[in-house]
Design a protein around this ligand. Sequence first.
Ligand SMILES: Nc1ncnc2c1ncn2[C@@H]1O[C@H](COP(=O)(O)OP(=O)(O)OP(=O)(O)O)[C@@H](O)[C@H]1O
Ligand SMILES: [Mg+2]
Length: 606
Amino acid sequence: MPKEKPTNKQDAEISSSYNVSKEDRRAAFRAMLAYAKPHRGRFALIFLFTLLAIAADLLQPYLVKIAIDDNLLVGKNDYGMLIWIAIIYFVFVVIGLVFTYLQNNMLQYVGQTIVARIRKDLFGHISKLSMSFFDRFPNGSLVTHVSSDTETLNQFFTQVLLSLMRDGMTLVFIIALMFHLDPVLAGYSMILLPIIAGIAIGFRSYMRKVYQITRTQLSRLIAFTAENLAGMNLIQAFHQQKEQQGSFDEQNGRYFRSNVREVTTNVLFNRSFDILGNLSVAFIVWIGGMAVFERTMEFGVLYAFITYIRQFFQPINSITQQWNTLQSSTVSMDRLWRLFSIKPAVQDSESPAPLKPSAVKGRIDYEDVHFSYQEGVPILSGLNLRIAPGEMIGIVGATGAGKSSLMSLLCRFYDVQKGSVRIDGTEIREIPQASLHRIVGLVQQEPFLYSGSIIDNVRLFDELISRDTVIRACQFIGADALITRLKDGYDTMLSERGSGLSAGERQLISFARIVVFQPKILILDEATANLDSYTEQLVQSALQIVSKGRTTLVIAHRLSTIMQADRIIVMRAGEIVEEGNHKQLLQLGGYYEELYSHSQGTHAVG
Ligand SMILES: Nc1ncnc2c1ncn2[C@@H]1O[C@H](COP(=O)(O)OP(=O)(O)OP(=O)(O)O)[C@@H](O)[C@H]1O
Ligand SMILES: [Mg+2]
């Protein structure tokens, strides 16, 4: 059953970014704004367009005021002037439309460009992080970061910035126009500002909390779903659908409720704003109406004023509406910033050793290696192992003995805590990781295949490697017959993780990768699964072929795989307890002999 607890714990770890200090928040903000910098010129244009659009919009009521006060009410009946005013009005409408359109399009373009860039950098950054990072972070949450957090940032650039610019400027314009029309009435209207601000501030702190809860629920739901889909075969095999459905319903329900709360809070706020808006119009009509009766104010001024006071609320409302998005984007910025500031635990040395992958002989030395995944739980303590170039080493031992860990250290997925691992006498921490991964080739316990054709899976999407090379590699290891039997031969598309292929077939494909990429050291972490005898033979002979001229380390669960090895290492609880070739170890009559006699009955150990 998928573990739910750790997911939640790790989730909390990411969510704790909500509690970051102000400085961190500012640093995150600055880091994200740095992405906007190259677009300064465009932003300036957008600003100009916005200015023109707003001016054109807000001058329309003013034109009407001129028509009323200077023409209609004074009884001038100047048709020519009225027509001119109508024409100018129309021109203003067109200008407003055109520049709103331009400004919107340009802003969308800039926003999308910035966010695409961030997404690209983020993906690049994550793929550089070390294995210890992926042990800690659930994949589901990472998916959320790459997809929805960057999407929220997009909203920041397109909606929040737009609103701050457009609505901010509109507000300033309106206030200026109102004071120009009638300072007294404008003064009265200004009483509204602190009331509106008060409501907005109270609302914003509440909304912030509600929003955080919703986000956390969503990210839990996604992590849960991803985990379940990945382990679906297990869930079905153990008939856990009901239990999982129950857990899902619970998470789904929680997400639903927090969403509803978010929406209702929002609606409540918006409606109180509307009421306030209508009350203030009534207020202006009352005060202004009296002034018109007493002839201290012109009617056109009152008309323009009422129009402006209506428009006065709209930008404030829309700025505060953006508050949500601003909140969520600061949360997203924090989280992205956190991710971006995680340094890979394994890093290239500043002064790398000049070791050419092609010149490597393949000597390996583990010297007094101490290693643990978590502090206080040592996996290896003081392990020593020397392997000569070209040697074929078999490694056996019970599950959890530390066999795979030993190999992870050689690939430098993790760094040792004490001691060293050397290749040809060079400490692997001195070897640039790019070279190291060309020196050491790994065929994993569960070979990972990508969705794509077999050709692409063998050459790992490297177009520089020709189709012919791939086919020759497959023929070389004897997988050709098996592949040509598939529906589309070498072009058969594998579904996610190669789920359409058997374990043995997947291993053969990863052997072909080894032949193509030619690493000097080969690690094979054999799958525990039993292969049918035909495939087993194929894998066996493929191994014989690819191990020639390479230092080969084989973690074997079937002893038959390594009976021919030059040397067999027997591991138990992180220590090497026996070593020698098959014959010697049998004579020793120890742990290996015990494993062997067991395996004679069952064919497999592990
Ligand atoms: N990523 C990890 N984080 C924490 N502990 C781990 C991690 N990987 C392995 N371990 C622990 O380290 C110990 C050694 O694991 P390792 O995978 O090296 O065993 P193994 O000998 O390869 O076993 P198997 O035969 O089942 O593949 C185990 O106790 C395991 O629980
Ligand atoms: Mg293992």
